[in-house]
Design a protein around this ligand. Structure first.
Ligand code: DXP
Length: 260
């Protein structure tokens, strides 16, 4: 089980609701992913070009926990206002907090992020901050009261996978009591498995599933990868080493020689 602000979930795969070819495919993909938490933008692009109630009916049918997000917000003020609107609309104190530094890279504005997180936490929010892999930023977020921290693997929508493994590993080691989620930039199930093998509690992704040739099958593949990566972490992965070590130790006289 994985814990988000004292709520327990069995699924370690959080998924986005944008960019799918149709609302029906979005719904089928979320089911195939086994996700219990979906993130929804107040400023979302509608799936399949449909607007209004159809989207929300599909989300309601899924019986999932909604994690509203502040995607597209570029200032602290905008993010805080959007979070407050989301709390009213969705009746939840959870917010996936994004403060974006610029439109070309969608890189988090980590200074604004820490300020917005502190403001929202003081106002009773439970914040899921989307950040870089920087240890200093993660520690400031924890000091502000975040119990979940969500560093990127790579820029949103890039599908590059984990670009700074050492920094993500350090975060895991230094923040053992924080729920850590790799959010953004994962392109393949193997990337999600790597994040879980590092001890990350969960992953959050969208584009790699929504833009796959078959989003439903890809969602199922990510589900398996997350489970495999987490099982491997729990089982205790061996450290890589520089020198060979025989997996079949050779001791004494060969058997064929002894009987000839
Ligand atoms: C859906 C969402 O919140 C994205 O902003 C998230 O960061 C996922 O990123 P990818 O689309 O790269 O998986």
């Amino acid at each position: 089980m994985v814990s988000f602000y004292d709520r327990e979930f069995s699924s370690r795969l959080l998924i986005g609701t944008a960019l799918y070819p149709s609302p029906k495919i979005m719904q089928d993909a979320i089911r195939a992913a086994g996700s219990q938490i979906v993130t929804v933008s107040l400023r979302r692009e509608t799936a399949g070009g449909k607007t209004g109630d159809a989207f929300w009916s599909l989300i309601r049918e899924l019986d999932v926990t909604v994690l509203p997000n502040t995607a597209g917000c570029k200032t602290v003020r905008e993010a805080v206002t959007t979070a407050k609107l989301a709390r009213e609309l969705f009746g939840t104190s959870w917010i996936k907090l994004e403060v974006i530094a610029d439109n070309d890279t969608l890189q988090p504005d980590v200074v604004g992020l820490v300020e917005a997180a502190a403001t929202l936490i003081k106002d009773g929010f439970e914040v899921f901050p989307y950040c870089t892999e920087d240890i200093g930023v993660a520690m400031r977020l924890v000091e502000a009261g975040c119990k979940v921290v969500m560093p990127w693997a790579a820029p949103i929508g890039s599908a590059k996978g984990i670009t700074n493994r050492d920094a993500l590993k350090l975060l895991r080691e230094r923040l053992p009591d924080i729920t850590l989620v790799v959010d953004a930039g994962l392109g393949a199930p193997s990337h999600a498995a790597q994040a879980c093998e590092l001890g990350y509690d969960a992953v959050l992704l969208n584009t790699a599933v929504a833009k796959a040739a078959d989003p439903v099958v890809m969602a199922g593949a990510f589900r398996l990868a997350v489970e495999a990566g987490h099982s491997a972490y729990e089982a205790g992965l061996m450290e890589a080493r520089d020198f060979a070590s025989p997996s079949t130790p050779v001791v004494g006289t060969p058997f064929w020689h002894a009987v000839s």
